[in-house]
Write a protein that binds this ligand. Structure first.
Ligand SMILES: NC(=O)c1ccc[n+]([C@@H]2O[C@H](COP(=O)([O-])OP(=O)(O)OC[C@H]3O[C@@H](n4cnc5c(N)ncnc54)[C@H](O)[C@@H]3O)[C@@H](O)[C@H]2O)c1
Length: 372
């Protein structure tokens, strides 16, 4: 199969769909890999590293789209990229179609087959191609939060780990899923005193079993949150209610009960944020102050560490990519129901129920399509 990887063109996107290692694995299996020039530069992979892996560098995205049987990307195709997709071509990338009728329309009109990273599942009911980005955002949260806690950045001037004779920072993590667990691990590793809140008892049991000596866990209620935030130096918002906007767990009025210069890191900002005063910010201007409490609300946190994020995403996508290239999308989806769960669009038909519901469009079952 001819596998093409264009340079990402969405503003502030430095990741790339294929690493040189992924290219090498594909080439070793007899596939041809075509990379747009400088596609990997934002993640620290130069053209030579792809050439060494056996890939071919081309000058333009047009050449990639015109030549490749399968396009591998990171972000949803932008309008100009969607015009280059063609019937029978396979697209493998994040799509997030439910809030995006224009993209959905264009993908249907192109006749391509589109598999969305975010809806591929695993046998534990998880989302294996979303998890790496949650791991990155979670691990980054205490890092950016501790920077914000520094006096010059508006914070209250508290060191995460304290020093001998001076206590550590108190960190509250609301939501103990993928983001929250990684955030808590790193904050505890920096020496902070960490408490994780969740509403899922099975999840709290897991956290207690595995991390009992490292951080504390507590059942999440409005009362528990109200009490804990009064003592907190940093609160990390990491909740998710699948398919819904994030619940608002700290109100503006509650900010006055917090310590001046305390820090809120709202990782759930991409779902609307879990603090009433959260509004999305960018890496260029990530923090702001409301009533003396500092807020960090960057919606694409993994972009700050593009190289780590690219490699982590590539590790997760590679087995699926190799299956798609080796067997063709239809056989690969017949053999793997978790990959089939990623099928969102095929030959002008929408195949993902939740997208159809969100956009009021007819849906054909993916099983019917692969078994046709
Ligand atoms: N800003 C970014 O760059 C970025 C990057 C990755 C993920 N995210 C977002 O981070 C959020 C968390 O993602 P995740 O992968 O950890 O999800 P997850 O499903 O693994 O975990 C969410 C957890 O929140 C818990 N929860 C739900 N309601 C709660 C409440 N009221 N109180 C306490 N806990 C509650 C759930 O029980 C679950 O354990 C999502 O909104 C995701 O989109 C943002």
């Amino acid at each position: 199969m001819k596998i093409g990887c264009p340079k990402e063109i969405k503003p502030q996107e430095f990741r790339v769909g294929m690493t040189p290692n992924a290219a090498q694995e594909a080439v070793a299996r007899g596939h041809e890999v075509i990379i747009e020039t400088n596609a990997g530069m934002g993640s620290g992979f130069d053209n030579d590293s792809y050439v060494a892996a056996g890939a071919r560098i081309v000058d333009t995205a047009e050449e990639v789209f015109a030549t490749a049987d399968m396009i591998v990307k990171v972000k949803e195709p932008q309008a100009v990229e969607r015009k280059m997709l063609r019937e029978g071509q396979l697209l493998f990338t994040y799509l997030h179609l439910a809030p995006d009728p224009d993209q959905t329309h264009d993908l249907l009109a192109s006749g391509c087959t589109a598999i969305a990273y975010e809806t591929v599942t695993d046998r534990n009911g998880g989302l294996p191609l979303l998890a790496p980005m949650s791991e990155v955002a979670g691990r980054l949260a205490p890092q950016v939060g501790s920077w914000t806690l520094q006096k010059a950045n508006g914070g209250r001037g508290v060191l995460m780990g304290g020093v001998p004779g001076v206590g550590p920072a108190k960190v509250i993590v609301i939501g103990g899923g993928v983001v929250g667990t990684h955030a808590a691990k790193i904050a505890a590793g920096m020496g902070a005193d960490v408490t994780v809140l969740d509403r899922s008892l099975p999840r709290l049991r897991y956290l207690d079993d595995v991390f009992g000596g490292t951080f504390k866990s507590q059942y999440s209620t409005a009362g528990a949150t109200a009490e804990l935030i009064q003592e907190a130096d940093m609160v990390i918002g990491a909740v998710l209610i699948p398919g819904a906007a994030a619940p608002k767990l700290i109100s503006r009025a509650q900010l006055s009960t917090m310590k001046p210069g305390a820090v809120l890191v709202d990782v759930a900002i991409d779902q609307g944020g879990c603090f009433e005063t959260s509004k999305a910010t960018t890496h260029a201007d990530p923090i702001y102050d409301v009533d003396g409490v500092m807020h960090y609300c960057v919606a694409n946190m993994p972009g700050a560490v593009a190289r780590t994020s690219t490699i982590a995403l590539g590790n997760a996508t590679m087995p699926f990519l190799l299956a798609l290239a080796g067997k063709g999308w239809k056989k690969a989806c017949q053999d793997d129901p978790h990959l089939l769960a990623g099928l969102n669009v095929h030959a002008g038909q929408l195949t993902y129920e939740a997208v159809g519901t969100a956009l009021g469009l007819d849906v054909v079952s993916p099983e019917a399509i692969v078994n046709a």
